[in-house]
Design a protein around this ligand. Structure first.
Ligand code: 28G
Length: 688
């Protein structure tokens, strides 16, 4: 290899880089794909710092066909003058001195920690070559570095300048820094940058640095190839796109809403309790705290936290402070606004975090990362400032009339969560207190099967005591359980869902299923792998079905998503001959004509107004017998549709309700709403 070092005195400086080369893992964690990307993040971090300090607003990242990568910013450009102490240029210092990157002058906000911020010199040390171009004061400066095996010394020499920083005299109006490097394949197990990883991280950085424009270009693939691989554009369209066939894949990220946009992005496609995320930025004891929160109608909490732009999925003291602040402020708010009466206990933090999507980004010095993957903030001093800023921020937001509704929605959601929590505990207590009269009563209603294999067991939830009684006679005891629901216990129009939860039959369902409820719901404990709703084909039956689906959707969602819920379809008509020689069942009006034709002359029709009118034999033949029945598996979308029904039906919007009832007035048609939302047939029950 060529070894035209321009100055022997550099060798002392370079010894640091040789150490990096000798033990890369000490500086970048590993020499696998993570380490490879790490040397890119080092360079990107420097560009981000320049932007965070207000000197750059654009960063371009490019992956080349040969596998090299470049980063360019439009900042001030790394200083080119000779450093009086070291007698070399600022550029050379940045790329050859360990820890020269990241933390420059005292005045700016520059934070780093852990393996991050080890500096651009580490990237240089682990690259085959690295080229820098600085555009400053109207001219262009260049310098390049190289790593090679020294045959006489029998070792690698890392990041050696190929010459001093030179002014190319190339005049330019641009300003900024351009760094282009080739990861050394002798160091890394793979030198192939992952477009997905790079793209994901750059988008994250664009969210975290509001207003910053970040572009990514990957010359290894064309625009068309990318889109074909993603599959979000029609194949024909892609083929016709001539420009896209030649242009390298390129994308631009810029979020003027910063982490508020991030929260919105994370909630895309979900139903939100309020549209504009609650955003605040503040500072306490030298710690910058920024958060954006938005609640959805879902149940899971997702908190995305960052320290100095580094994700902290393992959490840490900043998250503890944030959660504490959220709980404290919202409980205060609930009490001040009479959502909580004097005698009421506080909400739990969990109640406020149901359906919460939050982005928390803090900046602080001397970070200590801990945990399995070193992504947990270990600085205890971060907790209290984050908590204070969170409380102060939420207070100021709540005082703003624009956000009043959002806070009300949050509290209402917490009330729901608290009710479920209490109901879940009650259900648990009920299950535990096996001998209590209460539980005996609950069990009394349930005609439980004798078999003990949940995979084989079926629970029929049957509308009405009389149909329930028939079903008990008709069932196969070994694997079919019957739970009758009283005629009108679920007056769903009048009752809010929380009241429904207090309902005895619902509690019976919870204890019969045995898998808990809400966040405690555990599919592994489920007693029945088929939960079959059997209701009449009239308005009441329709309501009961909706409320049950809504209940399952809200409080036992995994039950629905795992496909355990079914709708049993009793027939609407029996077509038969007086002498009993033929009997055919029709499940809708079309089928009725078919069956009439089939039975032929002298047919009679019986129309079933409800399940209660069927005999045990008929119910068995049409609805219970696995070989003959007509079961429809409920999908998550069906449950969503059912929930929408309930919200429309039970909400204050009378027009919505009228409209809905008008549209669905034809209850003869078994499935006026189920028809619109595609239902999957039970396995092995192919009849359409
Ligand atoms: C494009 C890829 C990565 C950078 C700057 C700008 C300055 C700077 C960077 O200073 C401090 C002082 C001398 C070594 C600072 C410019 C003050 C005034 C800067 C980057 C340390 C480094 N004017 N932009 N470093 N020196 N962008 N982008 O790396 O001793 S690094």
């Amino acid at each position: 290899m060529e070894n035209r070092h321009y100055d022997a005195s550099d060798i002392t400086i370079l010894e640091g880089l040789d150490a990096v080369r000798l033990r890369p893992g000490m500086y970048i964690g590993s020499t696998g794909p993570k380490g490879l990307h790490h040397i890119l993040w080092e360079i990107v971090d420097n560009a981000i710092d320049e932007a965070a300090n207000g000197f750059a607003d654009k960063i371009d990242v490019r992956i080349y066909k040969d596998g090299s990568v470049s980063v360019e910013d439009n900042g001030r450009g790394i200083p080119t003058d000779i450093h009086p102490k070291t007698k070399v240029s600022g550029v050379q210092v940045v790329f050859t001195q360990l820890h020269a990157g990241g933390k420059f002058d005292e005045h700016n906000y520059s934070f780093s920690g852990g393996l991050h911020g080890v500096g651009a010199s580490v990237t240089n040390a682990l690259s085959k070559w690295l080229k820098v171009r600085v555009m400053r004061e109207g001219t262009t400066w260049e310098m390049s570095f190289r790593s090679y095996y020294d045959n006489t010394k029998k070792k690698y020499i890392a990041g050696v300048p190929e010459g001093p920083l030179v002014n190319t005299k190339q005049r330019t109006k641009k300003h900024g820094t351009f760094v282009h490097f080739m990861p050394d394949e002798a160091v890394f197990s793979t030198v192939e940058f992952s477009l997905e990883t790079v793209e994901h991280r750059l988008e994250e950085l664009a969210f975290l640095n509001r207003g910053l424009t970040i572009t990514l270009t990957d010359e290894r693939i064309t625009q068309n190839e990318y889109e074909a691989a993603k599959g979000d554009r029609a194949e024909e369209d892609i083929q016709l796109d001539l420009l896209g066939a030649t242009q390298p894949y390129s994308t631009t990220f810029r979020y003027d809403g910063g982490i508020s946009d991030f929260a919105n992005f994370l909630n895309e496609g979900k139903s939100k309790l309020y549209q504009k995320p609650l955003y605040y930025k503040g500072e306490r004891d030298g710690i910058l705290v920024e958060f954006a929160i938005q609640h959805t109608s879902e149940f899971t909490e997702s908190l995305f936290s960052f320290v100095n732009n580094i994700p902290t999925p393992e959490g840490g003291f900043h998250e503890i402070g944030f959660r504490g602040g959220l709980t404290r402020m919202l409980n205060d708010f609930a009490r001040d606004n009479k959502f909580l009466k004097d005698k009421d206990p506080n909400f739990l933090g969990d109640d406020f975090r149901e359906g919460l999507t939050a982005v928390l980004s803090i900046k602080m010095k001397n970070v200590q990362f801990e945990g399995q993957t070193k992504t947990k903030l270990g600085n205890p001093e971060a907790k209290s400032p984050v908590e204070s800023v969170t409380v102060e921020g939420l207070k100021s937001l709540a005082a703003d009339s624009k956000f009043k509704r959002a806070f009300d929605e949050i509290i209402k959601k917490a009330q729901g969560a608290a009710r479920v929590r209490v109901a879940a505990r009650q259900a648990k207590d009920t299950a535990r207190a096996k001998n209590s009269i209460d539980s005996l009563m609950l069990v009394g209603k349930l005609a439980a099967c004798s078999g003990k294999k949940p995979e084989q067991n079926e629970l029929f939830i049957v509308e009405g005591d009389s149909a329930g009684g028939t079903a008990k006679q008709a069932r196969v005891r070994q694997f079919q359980s019957i739970l009758p629901l009283r005629g009108k216990p679920l007056n769903v129009e009048k009752k809010r869902l929380d009241q429904v939860l207090a309902n005895e039959e619902i509690r019976t369902i919870i204890s019969a299923l045995g898998a808990g409820i809400g966040s405690d719901f555990n599919l592994d404990k489920l007693n029945y792998h088929k939960v079959i709703i059997l209701s009449d084909a009239d308005q009441d039956g329709f309501h009961i079905r909706c409320i049950l689906l809504t209940f399952f959707f809200r409080y036992m969602r995994p039950l629905v998503s795992a496909g355990h819920v079914y709708i049993g379809m009793p027939p609407l008509y029996k077509v038969y001959k007086q002498n009993g020689s033929v009997e055919e069942y029709a499940y809708d009006d079309n089928e009725l004509q078919e069956k009439i034709d089939k039975v032929g002359r002298g047919y009679l029709i019986q129309r079933y107004k409800g399940l209660g009118e069927m005999s045990a034999e008929q119910l068995w033949a049409t609805t219970l017998d696995p070989a003959r029945r007509n079961l429809t598996q409920v999908t998550l979308e069906d449950a969503v549709a059912a929930e929408n029904m309930i919200t429309t039906l039970m909400g204050d919007r009378v027009e919505g309700r009228k409209e809905f009832l008008a549209r669905n007035a034809n209850f003869n048609k078994q499935d006026s709403f189920m028809e619109r939302v595609k239902l999957k047939k039970e396995d092995g029950n192919e009849e359409g």
